[in-house]
Design a protein around this ligand. Sequence first.
Ligand code: AMP
Ligand code: ZN
Length: 139
Amino acid sequence: MRDENCIFCKILAGDIPSFKVYEDDDFMVILDAGPATRGHALIIPKEHYKDLYELPEELAAKAFVLGKKLITKLTGILGCDGYNLVQNNGAVAGQTVGHFHLHLIPRYEGDDAGLGWHMGSLDAADAAALIDQIKEEMD
Ligand code: AMP
Ligand code: ZN
């Protein structure tokens, strides 16, 4: 499956150059062109799926297992101190490329990658209502 207008499909087809870190039957892993930190890479399935909602469960599982394998090796290679695995779904969540990808972002002490969010506070009544709703509506 391939989408003609998709930049990652073009990379996978070799129509746009990239820096390849790793490849297997299901995935290509490339360096992000706009890295948050040195070594920022993207796990990209070879088939076009828009996001995690569309990605088959088997590939979702494989992507995370591959992420674990890669960060385990790359931590020593890059000399980083930790890793963020980030995966955005939908424009509101920051997704800018509509072909599923899993970010592997090495973290270095003192880097200014700026990932994170402002912590709110969990209201106990709302939390209870939310749990009730989830229990009712989840299969
Ligand atoms: P997201 O915002 O989660 O959709 O992430 C898309 C990522 O793709 C961004 O971090 C971009 O820097 C990266 N990106 C966009 N075009 C390219 C490209 N041609 N090669 C490598 N990475 C790219
Ligand atoms: Zn695509």
